[in-house]
Design a protein around this ligand. Structure first.
Ligand SMILES: *Cc1c(COP(=O)(O)O)cnc(C)c1O
Length: 396
């Protein structure tokens, strides 16, 4: 039978991946998200998640979701453009616009969808996209779907952007510059002020995907545009409600004209059902919390600084991160994988990341501190890192 299975090739491909150490083990979390998780019945310190502010299991979000379900049920029953737009969706869009200080926003089912909705609605075949070489997969897919010509510029380099625009601008009807706000593997921040200056000078549309900056950067987590004081200058700001906001969803912020257009043309808006009622209500509760106080955002940054300082003092190489994301750079892939396994044995859950996600020789453990961690949690982790680092000879 097996030789007639038209999907039999998958087994060969999987075998090849396994031999290269490229098969991802998917762990199952038995507890709610938080500073500590239960995995295989074992309590481990969580250093893997994008739940920056600890909101993924915040009782205020849970209560808001429950109360909204009592009022408006669960499912939207349709796409936004037919019968799926509920009052709670437009309320979230208004609240996010006010929070971010923009004229309008549109909410989608995920950050991934926000990119694939936006990019093809703005540029097409006759156009050129200038994209940072290290941009996120959802930007890459959005670019492909648009059929525009994509030209990569060197990572975080306004000079490289300037050069590729100069070289290619004569061929384009419209031009768009796209960058991640925060790059998730190194934690570095795009020089959005300089990139925007270059884009504007050439009449290009400026777009940023601030998935790792939303709820993290700027005043009280208002994002990268606020961080650089660029209000009104960045044409399109994409964000996610699935990371610091602790829920699920994507958002596009910009002018009223832009948002109106995306509600007519964004394919995931038109052809995929709306966010559920409890998700939307939980996002609204997250906005409430962020508007009331900067406490969680401040705690996140204080925790990140405390952990990074501790790791540097121990002699670890934590790279050039400018955000809470803390890469612990170890060298070749097997070293990082072994380190991650040893951490897990000692109840610290932090993933190893290696080529092709990061360059050869820079395999790492990526530590994601959050506002949910206590100082004792961080001290516990520093102690485990110190012990294993010495055992394997990474630090003295
Ligand atoms: C995580 C991420 C996304 C996807 O966001 P989801 O809401 O999880 O779909 C998009 N872009 C960037 C840069 C991201 O880091």
């Amino acid at each position: 039978m097996a030789e007639h299975d038209p999907l039999a090739w998958i087994n060969d491909e999987m075998k090849a991946l396994r031999e290269q150490g490229l098969v991802t083990t998917i762990r199952e979390i038995e507890s709610p998200q938080g500073a500590w998780l239960i995995i295989n019945g074992k309590r481990v310190l969580n250093f893997c998640s994008n739940n920056y502010l600890g909101l993924a299991n915040d009782p205020r979000l849970v209560v808001a979701a429950r109360m909204a379900m009592d009022r408006q049920g669960i499912g939207p029953g349709a796409v936004r453009s037919i019968a799926g737009t509920m009052s709670i969706h437009t309320e979230l869009e208004r609240r996010l616009a006010a929070f971010k200080g923009v004229p309008a926003t549109v909410v989608l089912q995920s950050g991934f969808n926000a990119n694939t909705a936006t990019i093809p609605a703005i540029v097409g075949r006759e156009d050129i996209i200038f994209s940072d070489r290290l941009n996120h997969a959802s930007i890459i897919d959005g670019c492909r779907l648009s059929r525009a010509k994509v030209i990569a510029y060197e990572h975080n380099s306004p000079e490289s952007l300037e050069a590729v625009i100069q070289e290619n601008k004569a061929m384009a009807r419209r031009m768009m510059v796209i960058t991640d706000g925060v790059f998730s593997m190194d934690g570095d921040i795009a020089p959005l002020d300089k990139l925007t200056e270059v884009a504007k000078r050439h009449g290009a549309i400026m777009m940023v995907d601030d998935a790792h900056g939303e709820g993290v950067l700027g005043k009280g987590g208002r994002g990268i545009v606020d961080h650089f004081g660029l209000h009104g200058q960045v044409d399109i700001e994409v964000g996610t409600l699935s990371k610091a906001f602790g829920v699920m969803g994507g958002v596009v912020a910009g002018s009223t004209t832009l948002i109106r257009w995306l509600k007519q043309q964004g394919r995931p808006f038109l052809f995929s059902s709306a966010l559920t009622v409890p998700d939307t209500a939980a996002c609204l509760a997250a906005v409430d919390i962020l508007e009331q106080s900067t406490e969680l955002v401040d705690k996140l940054w204080a925790n990140a600084e405390y952990f990074k300082k501790g790791m540097k003092e121990l002699g670890f190489n934590t790279g050039q991160s400018q955000t809470p994301i803390t890469p612990v750079i170890l060298g070749e892939a097997p070293v990082a994988q072994d380190f991650s396994r040893r951490l897990f044995d000692e109840n610290v859950f932090a993933t190893a990341i290696a080529f092709p996600t990061v360059p050869h020789g820079t395999a790492r453990i990526r530590v994601m501190p959050s506002a949910a961690h206590s100082t004792e949690d961080l001290d516990f982790a520093l102690d485990v890192f110190k012990r294993i680092g010495r055992e394997v000879g990474v630090v003295r």
